[in-house]
Design a protein around this ligand. Structure first.
Ligand code: G3H
Ligand code: 13P
Ligand code: ZN
Length: 309
């Protein structure tokens, strides 16, 4: 895979300096990747495109790489990332395939074991010029096959020790976001104070927020109007996310659920309204357009990454 001078490290540093965040958008098929590509092209925004282990398995390695390369050719400020790699082997595989960065997510292990495994991934990846994201604290919700029932907020001191010992390039922290479409039982909150404390200890550590979907309620209405049955869906507060971007060192924000929801609600609508439509291109194109709209909106309103290419 082609490596340009404007690599991922360049954009992480730029984001730290200019107070924007790279969207890390998950994809699992050609259409979802195209919706990210088009949004980034239209807004002239750099971004990370992420695949989980299960998405990699679903698409297959060769298709994943081929799809990404097709996008990279059209828009070089896109970077391929492995999301929530659980083992050294899966991270190694992604490094060998030419990914720009990998996440080793072993925050469910003890601090010592997490440090040990993360270090092993860092050693391997750095030799090949690939960046590594680690995680400290636990983010509620399902992360591939592992699920955490509750948030274990990141301790700033542990975050500092972990980042220093492992030499990760980015650190995912738990401050109240969570995976999936239903993140809160009550009012959405974020512990931005934890970010402040980490920044006092390590002022230039790139910070990552997972589970950052905002869950647009109009999309939920559409989803349910056309046969869906989502009872409760509360996302992260957009203003708090903006604050995390503008006042803190959050330079990578992960979004999957918002893309899935926009895609699926629109697809449902088209299929419900056209009961004889059998051509996948007709409904997938609509889903893709809606996802693109939601991604562009996020880039402009929350991530502040427009025109940062
Ligand atoms: O953080 C997890 C992502 O939303 C990926 O989920 O394993 O269902 O692809 P997945
Ligand atoms: P959401 O479920 O909030 O979109 O989070 C996705 C994520 O963190 C992927 O790593
Ligand atoms: Zn995640």
């Amino acid at each position: 895979m082609e490596k340009t001078k404007k690599d991922l490290k360049f954009y992480l540093n730029k984001a730290l300096k200019q107070k924007f965040s790279l969207g890390a958008f998950n994809f699992c098929n050609m259409e979802s990747l195209q919706s990210i590509l088009t949004a980034c092209k239209k807004t002239n925004s750099p971004a990370i495109v992420a695949v989980s282990e299960s998405a990699l398995k679903y698409m297959g390695e060769e298709f994943t790489i081929a799809l990404f390369n097709a996008c990279k050719k059209q828009f070089p400020a896109l970077f391929l990332h492995l999301d929530h790699g659980k083992t050294f082997d899966v991270c190694k595989k992604a490094v060998d395939l030419g990914f720009d960065s990998v996440m080793i997510d072993d925050s469910n292990l003890s601090f010592e074991e997490n440090v040990k495994l993360t270090k092993k991934v860092v050693d391997y990846a750095h030799k090949k010029g690939v960046l590594v994201e680690g995680e400290i604290g636990q983010i509620k919700g399902v992360e591939d096959n592992i699920s955490a029932k509750n948030n274990v907020y990141t301790s700033p001191k542990q975050a500092c020790d972990f980042a220093t010992e492992t030499k990760v390039d980015m650190l995912a922290v738990a401050i109240g976001t969570s995976h999936g479409i239903n993140k809160y039982t009550k009012t959405p909150t974020l512990r931005l104070d934890i970010l402040t404390e980490i920044e006092k200890l390590l002022p230039s550590l790139p910070i990552v927020l997972h589970g950052a979907s905002t869950i647009n309620q109009e999309l939920i209405k559409t989803y349910n109007k056309f046969g869906g049955k989502i009872k409760k869906a509360i996302g992260v507060d957009e203003d708090l996310l903006k604050e995390a971007v503008q006042k803190h060192n959050v330079v990578k924000i992960n979004t999957d659920s918002d893309i899935r929801l926009s895609f699926s609600s629109e697809t449902r609508k088209v299929l419900a309204e056209n009961k004889i439509e059998i051509d996948p291109r007709k409904y997938l194109a609509k889903g893709r357009m809606k996802a693109e709209e939601i991604i562009s909106e996020k880039i402009e309103k929350t991530l502040n990454s427009k025109n940062k290419k």
